[in-house]
Write a protein that binds this ligand. Structure first.
Ligand code: ZN
Length: 562
């Protein structure tokens, strides 16, 4: 029996080295190559990184090895007496690929909600599901500035579940660092991605400008933005729309299909059919899953079969209050604020929450005779652009929305406030009104200016309609802070603070269970991602009690390797 060990130098530009004897023949680029295996010998290899006995019959390596006369990447297919045992750690994947089975690694949204990015390696194919931004407190945001744990140049393509920033916000950075593959997305997501990425890039540029002024005053070196609008543009050029329910084969290793996730417009569950050595493994990524029976979009699609499932758990330990329908709850809060003579400030995610609010407000105006005469300001250029995408994709509305004869995103009293001057007019007005403004978690955007002008006023109501990550201003207010610090000011919180949980774009614990229990057979293993650690663990406990094999992956550690 042959013995083989691989040692890998920790210097990124050094390659792997194999040592041993009697390895049989090395086949290179389809030709039988007579060289012994140490043909791969790289300079100054030190340190054994990882070895594991693992019998396989065939293995492949892609190496960026500097072969005499050929400095480009070459593909090696190696047969070694039908027996081989080695594994190359993923950290070195940028230089060495192996094709033993399958590896899946979560580079974000593992024991936290944001930063979704999952790397799938099958055969010699290497791709990502999403590449999202970390959002929340400073420690999380810092992660965005770290180098990727993989080489973006070595990623063949990316499949995107939906256009929320925590799923797509690092795609411009990926393009900046050399990723040139395609970005597959549903048609509505394909329309939304350039808008979302350009907006995120603009925020990065502005934040850096602000930060560099501060650095200059402290005598520090300026820093570059995480990425620019030019990088966002580069990423946008890579997008390729693929329709829902259309099976799309990329190569002999990977075929995929989008199914509706019912979370936001264009959102998708990804069914992956991964093939190697004639064996197919089906892996399903839930993306973010919506609730049933919400306005505008379809319900989440039930998937019936999978070997492995990666599913979100944002609300894996919570049940949304369904005692009062959201429309009625919204109406009560509107009337209450109107009677106080104040403003209703709604920090809202520009994508979906905002359009859902507009939809309900237009319904309330038609249905409720005593709906107060209040202007509704949509104070967000981003939300205004996204609402236009909704208007452009009526084909994915649910039955109820299709049946409406009026215009659900346009009603009397709605004011689209695009410019800063228009936004400032709202602050100057003393009339009771409704203001929908970004950002959804109050970390940036115009909502902060509205807070400055009204959070200290008991006549104001602040209404949260979406998830607030720990460490964000939104979470601080929601958790009952008596005062906040923002824009260099200390502000008393005297406004009423309300929350309508049922507005969430995410399903609650029972919705998640309903989706998972639709599988005809329990998957071999369920990986719980996209949830705070305690929440994912609580959901894992629930699944285990129902006979599932459920785990909560750690960041950057491969969770499947077979
Ligand atoms: Zn989402």
């Amino acid at each position: 029996m042959s013995k083989l060990s691989i040692t890998v130098n920790q210097q990124r530009d050094t390659l792997c080295r194999a040592e041993g004897s009697s390895f049989g023949k090395v086949q290179m680029q389809g030709m039988l190559h007579p060289a012994p295996f140490n043909f791969f010998h790289g300079p100054a290899a030190v340190g054994t990184c990882y070895q594991k006995a693992h019998p396989v019959h065939r293995a492949g390596i892609n190496c960026l090895h500097n072969i005499p006369g050929n400095g480009r990447r070459s593909t090696y297919v190696i047969s070694i007496n039908n027996y081989l045992h080695y594994r190359i750690p993923l950290a070195f994947y940028s230089r060495c690929r192996h094709s033993i089975g399958m590896n899946i690694t979560c580079h974000g949204a593992a024991r936290e909600v944001t930063g979704s990015c999952h790397q799938v390696q099958i055969g010699t194919t290497n791709f990502l599901i999403d590449c999202g931004m970390f959002q929340g407190g400073k420690d999380l945001v810092r992660l965005n500035y770290q180098e990727f744990a993989f080489d973006p140049k070595e990623i063949d393509f990316l499949i995107c579940t939906h256009a929320h920033i925590d799923h797509c916000g690092l795609m411009p950075k990926l393009a900046k660092k050399g990723f040139k593959g395609k970005i597959y997305a549903t048609p509505a997501t394909a329309d939304l991605l350039p808008i979302m990425m350009a907006d995120a890039a603009f925020i990065q540029e502005k934040d850096t400008e602000h930060e560099n002024k501060r650095r200059l005053r402290k005598g520090e070196e300026p820093r570059d933005p995480l990425y620019t609008r030019e990088d966002a543009d580069k990423a946008s050029k890579l997008i390729e729309p693929i329709d829902y329910r259309q099976t799309h084969q990329i190569n002999s290793n990977v075929t995929f299909r989008f199914q509706d996730a019912g979370h936001v417009i264009g959102s998708a569950i990804i069914e992956l059919f991964l093939t190697e050595n004639g064996r197919e493994t089906k892996v399903v990524f839930s993306g973010d899953l919506g609730q049933w029976d919400v306005p505008i979009i379809e319900d989440p699609t039930l998937i019936l079969e999978a070997d492995y499932v990666f599913m979100e758990t944002t609300y894996g330990d919570k049940l949304h209050k369904k005692t009062m329908p959201r429309k009625k709850a919204l109406f009560e809060i509107i009337k209450h604020t109107y009677n106080k003579g104040g403003k209703l400030l709604i920090p809202s995610f520009a994508l979906e929450r905002t359009q859902e609010l507009l939809y309900l407000l237009s319904e309330l105006q038609t249905e409720e005779a005593d709906f107060p005469k209040m202007k509704v300001y949509l104070d967000s250029p981003l939300a205004i652009k996204i609402t236009q995408v909704f208007r452009n994709h009526p084909e994915i509305y649910d039955e109820d929305t299709k049946a409406r004869s009026d215009k659900p995103f346009n009603f009397p009293g709605l004011v689209l406030s695009e410019t800063v001057a228009k936004s400032m007019e709202i602050n100057a007005s003393k009339e009771p009104c409704i203001v929908i403004a970004g950002s959804g978690m109050c970390t940036a955007g115009r909502i902060r200016h509205h807070f400055k002008h009204g959070i200290w006023d008991p006549k104001t109501t602040i209404l949260f309609v979406g998830y607030q990550a720990p460490g964000t201003l939104g979470r601080v207010i929601l958790d009952g802070a008596k005062e906040i610090r923002m824009m260099g000011l200390t502000l008393a919180v005297k406004a009423d603070v309300e929350r309508i949980g049922a507005f969430s774009a995410h399903g609650d614990r029972d919705d998640l269970l309903r989706w998972l229990e639709a599988f005809k057979q329990k998957p071999k293993r369920v990986f719980l991602v996209h949830g705070e650690k305690e929440v994912s663990e609580s959901f894992a406990g629930l699944l285990k009690s129902r006979g599932y094999d459920a785990v909560v992956p750690e960041i950057n550690k491969p969770v499947i390797s077979e």
